[in-house]
Design a protein around this ligand. Structure first.
Ligand code: AMP
Length: 146
């Protein structure tokens, strides 16, 4: 059995949270160290570390709920701009290894800072073809390497 993450312990009721939403598949609560007012987390109840490990059922449930959480956070905080962030793997800044989506309002100078250095798409069609091959009905999914 993997060591329970802090979010497993929240799901188990061992650790309190400021819950904003819950259904059969999804829990949403306020981030304990918010980047901005209203910074919320949305997690599946399915215990998986990374997005690519999620079942279709959990993924669909998260997809349905995210816009609702965003609307509620916007209404409660008055923010008009926000980011949805989802990190996978330590090098991609994941610190809690249970899938989670951040909903981060951008209010004044508070919000997510993005250090995005755009590159050039050199081999677009070859790359798209390589990715498509893994998405075909009989395609081989790449191994998980995180
Ligand atoms: P990430 O870097 O994407 O893994 O983000 C993990 C997030 O979980 C951070 O923003 C933390 O502030 C947040 N976090 C950690 N522990 C708790 C907790 N007990 N309750 C709410 N949020 C938490």
């Amino acid at each position: 059995m993997p060591i329970p993450t802090i979010f497993d312990r929240i799901l188990d009721g061992e650790i309190p949270c400021h819950r904003v939403y819950e259904d059969e598949h999804v829990l949403s609560f306020l981030d304990v160290s918010p980047i901005s007012r209203g910074h919320a987390l949305v997690i599946p109840k399915e215990r998986k570390a990374h997005l690519h490990e999620l079942s279709d059922e959990s993924a669909a449930a998260i997809g349905r709920v995210l816009p609702r959480i965003a609307r509620a956070v916007m209404a409660a905080t008055g923010c008009e701009h926000y980011n949805v962030l989802q990190n996978n793997g330590a090098q991609a800044h994941q610190s809690v290894f249970h899938v989670h989506f951040h909903v981060i309002p951008h209010i004044g100078d508070q919000g997510l800072g993005v250090d995005w250095k755009p590159g050039t798409l050199a081999d677009g069609e070859a790359l798209a073809q390589a990715i498509r091959a893994h998405l075909e009905p009989n395609g081989t999914q790449p191994p998980y390497t995180l």
